[in-house]
Design a protein. Structure first.
Length: 223
């Protein structure tokens, strides 16, 4: 099989003309979805831990609902149905950004909730003994420790998120996979294109996973 590959396909023109644009969008989507997902997920986690049913119940329904639906279905539903509601199209890129934030928030919420619950109750009581309110206790005592513990898991979920960005291909967004696919069509070399895409995703994700392992080891030493 390797003998039949056209190795001349792998050149700078393909990379600069097709792939880099898609890589830029995939990275942007990953970063924005991570930041937005962590922010929204933290709110959802605090709602679930609030002890107030009128806050905990909606957050629980949202998180469990999102985690029970395949991401590609959420992408397609949002891309196809929301324009019917608002009366105008959003475009593939905006649909992808909003969908990923909404979807990943459910997963980051569970990470944050587990991280908060991993903090010894003595830390909470110590903050209360100092006269801190619930919000101040979370902000200054609990969340800083929890986020440090959660950082490796956050980064692992971000790597999974980067892999999932390839699903925006379903709505025509120009991501990394789309860049390789377009290059393969233009040059008449689809096999070479998809093989290069697989290698690119592997190299990026494996490198990031190695960095996460090193970070996890360093945090373990600090503890």
């Amino acid at each position: 099989m390797l003998d039949n590959l056209d190795w001349s396909f792998y050149n700078w023109d393909v990379l600069s003309g097709f792939v880099l644009k898609g890589l830029q969008f995939s990275v942007m989507l990953t970063v924005v979805a991570t930041l937005g997902g962590v922010a929204f997920g933290t709110v959802l986690a605090l709602m679930r831990l609030s002890g107030r049913p009128w806050l905990a119940w909606p957050a629980t329904v949202y998180v469990n609902g999102m985690r029970s639906i395949p991401l590609v279905m959420v992408i397609l539903w949002f891309f196809l149905l929301v324009p019917l509601v608002i009366g105008r199209p959003l475009g593939a890129e905006w649909s992808a950004v909003i969908t990923f934030i909404a979807f990943e928030a459910a997963y980051f919420s569970e990470i944050v909730r587990a991280g908060i619950q991993s903090i010894p109750r003595g830390q909470v009581y110590a903050g209360q003994a100092l006269g801190l309110t619930y919000g101040q206790n979370m902000r200054y005592v609990i969340l800083p420790q929890a986020f440090r513990n959660m950082l490796p898991v956050f980064l692992t979920q971000t790597i999974i998120l980067f892999q999932d960005t390839s699903l925006v291909y379903a709505i025509g967004a120009y991501d990394l996979l789309k860049g390789f696919e377009v290059a393969g069509k233009n040059y008449g070399r689809p096999i070479e294109a998809y093989l290069a895409a697989a290698v690119a995703y592997f190299v990026i994700c494996y490198s990031l996973s190695a960095l996460v392992k090193r970070l996890h080891a360093r945090i373990a030493i600090i503890r």
